[in-house]
Ligand binder design. Structure first.
Ligand code: MEV
Length: 430
C-alpha cells in the first residue's frame, strides 16, 4: 500500500459516478471482487441475504458515498458512508478538509470491553449474595474463559465481575452481575450473551437466587471511542463571515445543546448522521450504536450533547467527541456482506478499535458541518441544490437537463415542480 497517498482527491465531487468509483478502487488497490461490491455492480445477493434473516424476499439498497480528506492519527483515510440523506457526505468531506489544516483528527479507544448483564432475583440475603459473588470472582471468570477458545486465542476473554444492588424497582430490590468481557475485534453480542447464559447456573448456585435476564448492555461505557480536532479560525471564514464569527457561532450553538435536551437530541442526531453511515457501510449494528450513544448522552441524569466545542490556547476552534462504540470487523454481517468487506478494505482497518476511531472522527466532522451551517447561513441553503435536482428529476428532466433546470431554479429561488416543468419545456423547445 502506498502510504504517501492522500485522501484529498481533487475534483472528486464533480466526477461522474463510475469515474469516482474507479478512482477510489485504484486508490485502495481493491480486488475485482471488492471493486464490484463497492461500485454496485456486485454486492450482496438475494441468496446470501436469505441466509442472514428470515422471510427474505429481496434486497434493499442505499447510496454508498465516500468522504474524502480525512486525516486520522496521521493516516490518510477514505471513508465509506451508506446513507440516504443529501449533504452528509459532502459535509463530512468539507469539514475533514478544514480539520486537516489543524493537524487532522486525533482519536483513540479504550479496550473493547463489553458488559453482559445477569439479573439475579430472589436471593434470600442480597448483601450476602453480592459478597459471595465477589468472593467467587476468580472462579466465575475462569469458567467464562472456558467458553470461547477462539476469543481467548485472539487475546479476549472475561476481565472483571461487578455486582450491583438495585435497591428499588417495580418488583423490589434485586442484584445485577456485570460480566466485563473483552471481545477484541468482534462487536461481541453473541460471545457476551453466550457467556452470560453459560454462567447463570453457577451464579444461581452461589447466590441462592434465580438468574432471570442474561444479555449484553448496549450502554457500552467501557468501550469508548474519543476524537479531538482543531479547525484553525482562518479556515472557518467564508462569504461575509469572518473566521472568528463562525468559530464563536459554533461555540454558541454547542452551548445550546449542552444546556437543553431538546436541542441536544438534534445535535446528537447530526453526529449520528456520520456515525451511522459508516456503521451501516461496514455491516455493523447501528441500533446498538444508537442505543449506546443516547444512553451515554443521558448518563449524568440529563440528556446532553455528546460533543464539546471551545477555543484552544491559540484561539482556534477545538472540538471533542466521546461515545460508546461497539463495532466489530469479524463475525456477523461484517463478514458476510461483500460491500461491508470492501468498505473495511477501503479504509485499510485491521482492528475494531481502528474502525471505531474512524467512526468517532466522522461523527465529530459531521457535527461541525451541521453547526457551521446552522450558525451561519442556515441549513436549507446547502440542501437547496440537491433538493432542486430531485425536483428537476421529478419534473421529468434527464441527463444534463437535471443540472440546467436545478441551477435555474436555485438562482431564481423558486424550487417547485411546476417551475421545473416550465423550464424543461423551454429547454426542449430549443
Ligand atoms: C439533520 O439531519 C441534522 C441536523 O439537524 C443536525 C443539527 O441540527 O445539529 C442539521
Amino acid at each position: 500500500m502506498n502510504e504517501k497517498r492522500s485522501s484529498r482527491l481533487s475534483g472528486f465531487y464533480d466526477k461522474p459516478q463510475p469515474e469516482r468509483a474507479a478512482t477510489v478502487i485504484e486508490w485502495a488497490g481493491l480486488s475485482p471482487k471488492d471493486a464490484a461490491a463497492l461500485d454496485g455492480s456486485g454486492g450482496l445477493t438475494a441468496e446470501q441475504a436469505d441466509h442472514m434473516i428470515e422471510n427474505v424476499v429481496g434486497l434493499h439498497s442505499l447510496p454508498l458515498g465516500v468522504a474524502a480528506n480525512f486525516l486520522i492519527n496521521g493516516r490518510e483515510v477514505l471513508v465509506p458512508m451508506a446513507i440516504e440523506e443529501p449533504s452528509v457526505v459532502a459535509g463530512a468531506s468539507f469539514m475533514a478538509k478544514l480539520i486537516r489544516e489543524g493537524g487532522g483528527f486525533h482519536a483513540h479507544t479504550t479496550e473493547p470491553h463489553m458488559i453482559g448483564q445477569m439479573q439475579i432475583i430472589g436471593s434470600p440475603d442480597l448483601r450476602a449474595a453480592r459478597f459471595a459473588l465477589l468472593e467467587n470472582k476468580t472462579r466465575i471468570l475462569d469458567l467464562a474463559n472456558q467458553i470461547d477458545p477462539v476469543l481467548i486465542k485472539a487475546g479476549g476473554g472475561a476481565r472483571d465481575l461487578d455486582v450491583r444492588l438495585i435497591d428499588d424497582s417495580p418488583i423490589g430490590p434485586f442484584l445485577v452481575a456485570h460480566l466485563i468481557y473483552d471481545t477484541r475485534d468482534a462487536m461481541g453480542a453473541n460471545a457476551v450473551n453466550t457467556a452470560c447464559e453459560t454462567l447463570a447456573p453457577t451464579i444461581e448456585q452461589i447466590t441462592g437466587g434465580r438468574v432471570h435476564l442474561r444479555i449484553l448492555s448496549n450502554l457500552a461505557d467501557r468501550r469508548l471511542a474519543r476524537a479531538r480536532c482543531v479547525a484553525p479560525t482562518a479556515s472557518l471564514a467564508f462569504g461575509d463571515f469572518t473566521g472568528e464569527r463562525v468559530r464563536d457561532g459554533i461555540i454558541e450553538a454547542y452551548a445550546f445543546a449542552a444546556a437543553d435536551s431538546y436541542r441536544a437530541a438534534t445535535h446528537n442526531k447530526g453526529i449520528m448522521n456520520g456515525v451511522d453511515a459508516v456503521v451501516i457501510a461496514t455491516g455493523n449494528d447501528w441500533r446498538a450504536i444508537e442505543a449506546g450513544a443516547h444512553a451515554y448522552a443521558a448518563r449524568g441524569g440529563k440528556y446532553t450533547s455528546l460533543s464539546a466545542w471551545g477555543k484552544d490556547a491559540d484561539g482556534n476552534l477545538a472540538g471533542t467527541l466521546e461515545m460508546p462504540m461497539a463495532v466489530g470487523i469479524v463475525g456477523g454481517a461484517t463478514k458476510v456482506h461483500p460491500t461491508a468487506q470492501a468498505a473495511l478494505k477501503l479504509m485499510g482497518v485491521t482492528t475494531a478499535r481502528e474502525l471505531a476511531e474512524i467512526i468517532v472522527s466522522v461523527g465529530l466532522a459531521q457535527n461541525l458541518a451541521a453547526l457551521r451551517a446552522l450558525a451561519t447561513e442556515g441549513i436549507q441553503r446547502g440542501h437547496m441544490g440537491l433538493h432542486a435536482r430531485q425536483v428537476a428529476i421529478a419534473a421529468g428532466a434527464v441527463g444534463n437537463e437535471v443540472e440546467i433546470v436545478a441551477g435555474k431554479m436555485v438562482a431564481e429561488k423558486k424550487v417547485r415542480v411546476d417551475r421545473a416543468e416550465e423550464i424543461l419545456r423551454g429547454i426542449r423547445a430549443g
